[in-house]
Design a protein around this ligand. Structure first.
Ligand code: KIV
Ligand code: ZN
Length: 502
């Protein structure tokens, strides 16, 4: 059985999804979970893009063990130097990923260079990168719109320079499974030294075909798949890791000769973490990790599943670490049931964190009839907040309604002292945010505000994420509560504390 290398680019291409920026600690937290998940390569970022990203990649490379750590670089010495400096702490597990566009449209309009020069630059870049790490990956960007004979020449020559992985990107999500499968076969048949490198694929989802294209490539000999958790990424996103892995696992009849190292029971947890930290909500109908992925609504289906699960379920929810959102816990549940439930979800907490999570669980169970797994994840994630709480919310009140100017009063604590303030606003949340601004003196810009319900029902937890910018820093703050104004205030306070700690 041959192994398909799972190259996870959630922290690089995934982070290029509009609105999904991650700080250093968040990147490390996701990288750690990716290791638990069993990914082989983590593309941690694009170090030349910003100082923050370079530092984040470096922190990932120095703290994460158990996967190859990769950094992206254009075919420029400065990029390759920055990539190398960032991944150096990963020592023998460091990879540099160099790319250069090979399609006519990119060469003519973006790079403004003829083919021969592109070829020379690619060759020199790989040669330069190879002096720094033995593990060098090359991507001819926009490969699927590149002229075949030129593409073959570039691939052959960069392999001669020592590229160990050749990644074929469908940069603009343009190809289809039949065409892409044929391209992989053609590369194998027309590049004489192709056996010296692993063929990788990197598919975007502009036509909704990223996963199908990646799987077609695997059937034609690709042995590394580039993907992201929840399929997040530039524009319509990248191929979704969980869909590719579960397709390979579920259809053993088709993918009999390949396997991955992914521990599928970690999938749901990884999905939740990435959604929470990027602020990118998973659509309910998203395959594998959407909240409806294992729910049966129609009577016929429910009847079928009760008689024999396999009638309407091709995947056991437990196999992806999803334990259903049926009846879980409520206000009568005790500490034992609570901790057992956490353990079955793969969540381990210290005794102290468990005590405080249990208190929060009880508070929530008083407000809400049923506490679902999604609610538990929210409580636990709150426990993990690591940013120092310079400003803490004591209480808030709002006055609003028809024909009333919304007003909010807020009390915050900082360094043992209590500060109060009030303000009017366009709505109750705006009024709260203005009152917080008055008290803290932090005049941040609200770039984005989102609210989602964590689970279903009228008493569902509302989860708010806000993106604030202040003094050249942008952060995401999150808060959850059954009261959406409280969730909004908590999210804003979380962001304010993060801005201060920056
Ligand atoms: O989509 C793309 O072409 C990329 C490359 C950098 C591999 O992300
Ligand atoms: Zn990409």
């Amino acid at each position: 059985m041959e192994k398909i290398i799972i190259f996870d680019t959630t922290l690089r291409d995934g982070e290029q999804a509009p609105g999904a920026s991650l700080n250093k600690k968040e990147k490390v937290e996701i990288a750690q979970q990716l290791v638990h998940l069993g990914v082989d390569v983590i593309e941690a970022g694009f170090p030349i893009a910003s100082r923050g990203d370079a530092e984040a990649v470096k922190l990932v490379a120095s703290t994460i063990k158990g996967a190859t750590i990769c950094a992206l670089a254009r075919s420029l010495k400065a990029d390759i130097d920055a990539a190398y400096q960032a991944i150096k702490p990963a020592k023998s597990n460091a990879r540099i990923h160099v790319f250069l566009a090979t399609s006519k449209i990119h060469m003519q309009y973006k790079l403004k260079k003829p083919q021969e020069e592109i070829l020379r630059i690619a060759v020199e870049a790989v040669r330069y990168a190879k002096r720094k790490t033995k593990d060098v990956q090359f991507s001819p960007e926009d490969a699927t719109r590149s002229e075949r004979s030129f593409l073959y020449r570039v691939i052959e020559q960069v392999i001669d320079e020592g590229a160990t992985t050749i990644n074929i990107p469908d940069t603009v999500g343009y190809t289809d499974p039949i065409e892409f499968g044929a391209l992989i076969s053609d590369i194998k048949n027309n590049v004489p030294n192709i056996n010296k490198a692993v063929i990788a694929v990197h598919c975007h989802n502009d036509l909704g075909l990223a996963v199908a294209n990646s799987l077609a490539a695997v059937r034609h000999g690709a042995r590394q798949v580039e993907c992201t958790v929840n399929g997040i990424g530039e524009r319509a996103g990248n191929a979704s890791m969980e869909e590719i892995v579960m397709a390979i696992k579920t259809r053993r009849d088709i993918y009999a000769d390949v396997t991955t190292s992914i521990k599928t029971k970690e999938i749901y947890k990884s999905s939740r973490l990435v959604s929470k930290l990027t602020g990118l909500v998973v659509a309910p109908n998203k395959a594998i990790v959407g909240s409806n992925a294992f729910r049966h609504e129609s009577g016929i289906h429910q009847d079928g599943v009760l008689k024999e699960r396999k009638t309407y379920e091709i995947i056991k929810p437990q196999d992806v670490g999803y334990f259903g959102s049926n009846i879980v816990l409520g206000k009568h549940s005790g500490r034992h049931a609570f901790s057992e439930r956490l353990a079955s979800l793969g969540i381990k907490l210290s005794a102290k964190a468990l005590d405080s999570a249990f208190v929060k669980f009880k508070e929530l169970a008083d407000k809400k009839k049923t506490v679902y797994d999604g609610d538990l994840f929210s409580i636990i994630e709150d426990e993990k907040q690591v940013v120092p709480q310079q400003w803490q919310l004591i209480n808030f009140g709002v006055h609003c309604g028809t024909n009333v100017v919304p007003r909010a009063s807020i009390e915050l604590r900082s360094k043992g002292k209590v500060f109060a303030g009030s303000s009017s606003g366009d709505g109750p949340i705006d009024a709260c945010y203005k009152a917080i601004e008055k008290i803290t003196g932090i005049k941040a810009r609200l770039l984005d505000y989102r609210i989602d319900s964590v689970t279903s029902g009228k008493d569902a937890l509302g989860q708010v994420s806000v993106r604030l910018s202040w003094q050249a820093n942008a952060v995401i703050g999150r808060g959850a509560s059954t009261d959406i104004i409280e969730a909004s205030v908590k999210a804003y306070m979380d962001a304010v504390n993060k801005l201060i700690s920056r």
